[in-house]
Design a protein around this ligand. Structure first.
Ligand code: CA
Length: 230
């Protein structure tokens, strides 16, 4: 899904933009103010590919929104919309981390072409960075440093726990049997008891879950094994 957030207070311009982006295959979310945009950004966990951001907004302006979003995401595409009279805005916007700007008035084809160009770059950048990382909900498993983060805070894990996380996060929502987990993490030649799996899962839950007795992420599949919920 190509997700884009359009932030514009003038509803006629916003509607014009939304219609054209939808036609071009984007899933479009709308905000009429900077505050609303930041709220949507939080609600969606920053999961937009591109943000189209008007400079002149009531309340906090587009530059401030741009800066705040850039602090939280280095890869998201940010395109500023500015009126011709705000020539200086272009420079300031790019300084604050915007990728491009479009000057009003613009034609639908020009707008879509600019959004498409940024979208392609974002997708390419995400592919490169995600190769080193597995993410799921609040968790990020860094495959290079072999570390785990929850909400950007590192959780201390053992290497066995790391391998368990790698297995689960590579197989989201799939029930994995104890014997499969055992052979993938401990190796085909491990002749110990399958209970070692349960012991490690229990310890992992204490580190991952808010309430380890009512797990939300690492669930038990009764009589079979375990499942990671993405
Ligand atoms: Ca405006």
């Amino acid at each position: 899904m190509k997700k884009i957030l359009t932030v514009e207070d003038e509803s006629s311009i916003r509607e014009f933009v939304v219609i054209n982006l939808k036609r071009a295959g984007y899933t479009v979310f709308e905000a009429g103010s900077g505050e609303e945009a930041l709220e949507l950004f939080e609600q969606h966990n920053g999961d937009f590919d591109v943000i189209l951001l008007d400079v002149m907004l009531p309340g906090i302006d587009g530059f401030t929104v741009c800066k705040k979003i850039r602090e939280q995401s280095g890869t998201m595409g940010i395109i500023m919309l500015s009126a011709k009279s705000q020539e200086m805005d272009k420079v300031s916007g790019l300084m604050l981390g915007a990728d491009d700007y479009v000057t009003k008035p613009f034609s639908p084809s020009e707008l879509v072409a600019r959004v498409d160009a940024i979208h392609r770059r974002v997708v390419a950048a995400e592919k490169t960075s995600s190769a080193d990382k597995l993410t799921s909900g609040p968790f990020a498993l860094n495959l290079k440093s072999r570390t785990l983060e929850k909400n950007n805070v590192e959780i201390e894990i053992t290497q066995v726990e790391y391998q368990l996380m790698e297995l689960f996060m590579n197989n989201p929502n799939a029930a994995l049997s104890r014997s499969e987990i055992l052979s993938k993490v401990w190796g085909e030649n491990y002749f110990g008891d399958e209970k070692i799996v349960d012991v490690n899962i229990r310890r992992l839950r204490v580190k991952l879950e808010e309430d380890p007795s009512k797990p939300q992420y690492l669930l038990t599949v009764w009589g079979f094994g375990y499942k990671w919920i993405d």
